[in-house]
Design a binder for this molecule. Structure first.
Ligand SMILES: NC(=O)c1ccc[n+]([C@@H]2O[C@H](COP(=O)([O-])OP(=O)(O)OC[C@H]3O[C@@H](n4cnc5c(N)ncnc54)[C@H](O)[C@@H]3O)[C@@H](O)[C@H]2O)c1
Length: 378
């Protein structure tokens, strides 16, 4: 039986990028094959949406897109997708920027627009859940829960096999340490470099590692978070390989180059994060460590060629585990689609909307609650 999919956002997360492996349409095609039927692509940038559909129609998976039309808004799509023609979406992939999601403010309420227009439709929502006020996220969470909307959030690293091995050890975690060094040379989207639209590098990017930190360390004591940054105006903050003009962004909106943060988890463990915009080319350098009595587990390069390095009791050296065929982007969508068919599998969704709001609160809560230290994470 085919699955009707509504794609929201004609950008890189849904259709791919030179910057990284993300590309939801490709994973949907791989998972569903002939069963994939994309019924609409919503994007206010209609020419970008039409170009994305035309590109697909010229490729090997054209059949999945033969009924797909571009719409500027969810409402226009809803007006056209009739139940009689079996056009109602069963799954919507929300790959628009966070500034238009995660709130109940009209125009910034994509989840609610889709859930209200298509009450039976499951949602896959990209991270971060928002770049706006957290209390609005909680109102969205409440309405989605009341409507019993089935939601999964795109924290794909929770589905990586390295993560699973760490989790299977069932350790009492003493600390976590995340290191994320971004390659910025080909990151040319002005909106990404403008913290008022992207939310900033911690909310937008390091959020994956902040989320993994929460996954292993548990809830974070928000008042404990402290951070220091190297800003664009600090002497060490000069970046020489930018391929865009940062002068087009007002100075107060420009991104910090380095953020060093630490915090206490509610259970007493300690977490740390270093995020840096420093490398040239396209290859990121990322590592995530977990410490416990007798253990140091280090997940290296979870985006690229993941490796898990383990020090455990009784072992002097490190054990190296590699994962040649691990594709967490595929696993997260595959898990969601399996759970769509079989509600008994819904507990396999590792990132629920409410939990993802807690990650968002962790990285951005300061704006509404004025924790000066957390504020600096932005
Ligand atoms: N999980 C990952 O590794 C990963 C990677 C890339 C992006 N993302 C996330 O995906 C989201 C989108 O990022 P992107 O790189 O695709 O951005 P993008 O700028 O390439 O594309 C976003 C598209 O959304 C469209 N859009 C804006 N408002 C809209 C609305 N109201 N309705 C529908 N479409 C709208 C824009 O016109 C644009 O075409 C962000 O939240 C980002 O953090 C996640």
């Amino acid at each position: 039986m085919s699955i009707n999919v509504l794609l929201v956002g004609a950008g890189e997360i849904n259709f791919g990028s030179v910057e990284g492996p993300w590309n939801h349409s490709l994973r949907l095609e791989r998972k569903l094959g002939d069963r994939l039927r994309v019924v609409a692509l919503v994007d206010p940038d209609i020419s970008r949406a039409k170009a994305a559909i035309e590109y697909k129609l010229a490729g090997l998976t054209a059949k999945a897109y033969q009924d797909c039309h571009a719409y500027a808004t969810v409402k226009l799509a809803a007006d056209s997708l009739s139940a009689e023609n079996n056009n109602q979406p069963q799954l919507a992939i929300l790959g628009a920027p966070p500034v238009v999601r995660g709130s109940d403010i009209p125009g910034r309420d994509l989840e609610l627009q889709v859930a209200r227009a298509f009450p039976e439709c499951a949602l896959f929502v990209e991270k971060p859940v928002s770049s706006g006020p957290e209390d609005a996220c909680w109102r969205v969470a409440a309405e989605l829960s009341k409507r019993q909307t089935f939601v999964s959030v795109g924290y794909m690293l929770r589905y990586s096999r390295g993560r699973k091995i760490i989790a299977d050890n069932k350790l009492v975690v003493m600390g976590t340490n995340a290191r994320y060094v971004m390659a910025y040379e080909y990151a040319r989207k002005l909106s990404w470099w403008d913290k008022t639209s992207s939310g900033g590098p911690i909310v937008e990017q390091a959020t994956h590692f902040c989320d993994l930190s929460r996954y292993f360390g548990g809830d974070v004591s928000l008042p404990s978070v402290t951070a220091h940054t190297v800003e664009h105006y600090d002497a060490p903050g000069v970046l020489s390989a930018k391929r865009f003009d940062e002068e087009d962004i007002a100075p107060e909106r420009r991104l910090p180059r380095l953020t060093s943060a630490s915090w206490k988890y509610v259970n007493g463990a300690v977490g740390a994060l270093t995020h840096v915009i420093a490398l040239h080319g396209t290859t990121y350098d990322t590592e995530f460590e977990v410490y416990a009595d007798g253990y140091r587990l280090k997940l290296i390069d979870p985006y690229g060629k993941p490796v898990l390095s383990v020090r455990r009791p009784g072992l002097e050296g490190e054990e190296i585990i590699t994962f040649s065929d691990d594709d967490p982007f595929y696993t997260e969508l595959s898990t969601l689609i399996d759970a769509l068919h079989d509600p008994a599998m819904r507990d396999r969704i590792l990132s629920t909307y409410g939990d993802a709001v807690k990650t968002y609160e962790f990285v951005s809560g300061a704006r509404s609650r004025s924790h000066a230290a957390l504020h600096r994470l932005l």
